[in-house]
Write a protein that binds this ligand. Structure first.
Ligand SMILES: [Zn+2]
Length: 251
């Protein structure tokens, strides 16, 4: 009797184990075959095809931009995020023009020639010229922020309200995605900026400050490939939404 009970118990145990295995297999198969959550964005991403998008990683060469306590330089972070964004856009057929692809400024001067101010003037003029001559559908200048107090953090997108009207719509959509996907800021798109590059461009243009290098947590995040990719993805999704929406009627 004792033996028979044991056999029944063992059989029940095996049946339970099999049920668990089949359940797990079912879950795996369901997740494999179920529609991807990103299907919406995959469809929307087609809106960037054939759009000319200028990506402008700020600074470069002797101009390192701002830096964090660990020595992370703005010019390095923004170039990497810009390259990641460019890669995403190219995958969906956008025509991507990078203002720089390496650690250099656009002054056209040989290393060591001219003051930093002179180089900066020439550099900015060249970036604006590049943007205006490329018949761009959008121009994105990518920067990182800095502030004397460490407590300030969060990515923020800026636009010039007196420039092209669509710049505001672009800024708002990019900012919404940065807030949603990076998940740690409630900053809004802002027009509180007077930047030569945004003043000089004739296409929808924004400056995206991807975070504060002077905030230790954000500096740490921005040092990781994972977060950089997340930021690039946020900007990419914002651009997809921007191009997917019908353009505002011309008054
Ligand atoms: Zn900058």
């Amino acid at each position: 009797m004792q033996v028979r009970i044991s056999v029944v118990w063992v059989r029940a145990w095996w049946l339970a184990a099999l049920a668990v295995v089949f359940f797990c297999l079912g879950v795996v198969i369901w997740y494999t075959l179920a529609p991807e959550p990103s299907l919406g964005i995959t469809t929307m991403a087609r809106s960037v095809a054939d759009r000319v998008i200028v990506i402008d990683p700020g600074h470069g060469g002797p101009d390192g931009g701002c830096s964090g306590a660990s020595g992370l330089l703005e010019k390095e972070v923004v170039l990497d995020v810009a390259n990641r964004l460019g890669e995403l856009l190219r995958q969906f057929g956008a025509v991507v023009i990078m203002t720089r692809e390496s650690d250099t400024d656009l002054s056209g001067l040989a290393p060591g020639v001219g003051t930093l101010r002179q180089r900066k003037n020439l550099d900015l003029a060249k970036r604006i010229e590049l943007g205006n001559n490329s018949h761009a559908d959008a121009f994105l200048s990518i920067h990182a922020n800095a502030f004397p107090q460490q407590r300030y953090f969060g990515a923020q997108t800026f636009y010039n309200p007196r420039q092209v009207p669509d710049s505001q719509r672009l800024a708002v959509l990019l900012q919404e995605e940065l807030v949603r996907l990076t998940g740690h800021t409630q900053r809004q798109a802002s027009d509180r900026i007077n930047q030569r590059i945004l003043n000089g461009l004739n296409c929808p243009a924004v400056t995206v400050e991807i975070g504060f290098l002077t905030n230790p947590r954000e500096e740490q995040l921005l040092s990781t490939p994972k977060y950089r990719q997340q930021v690039a993805w946020s900007i990419f999704v914002g651009l997809c939404r921007y191009f997917a929406q019908a353009p505002e009627p011309v008054a």
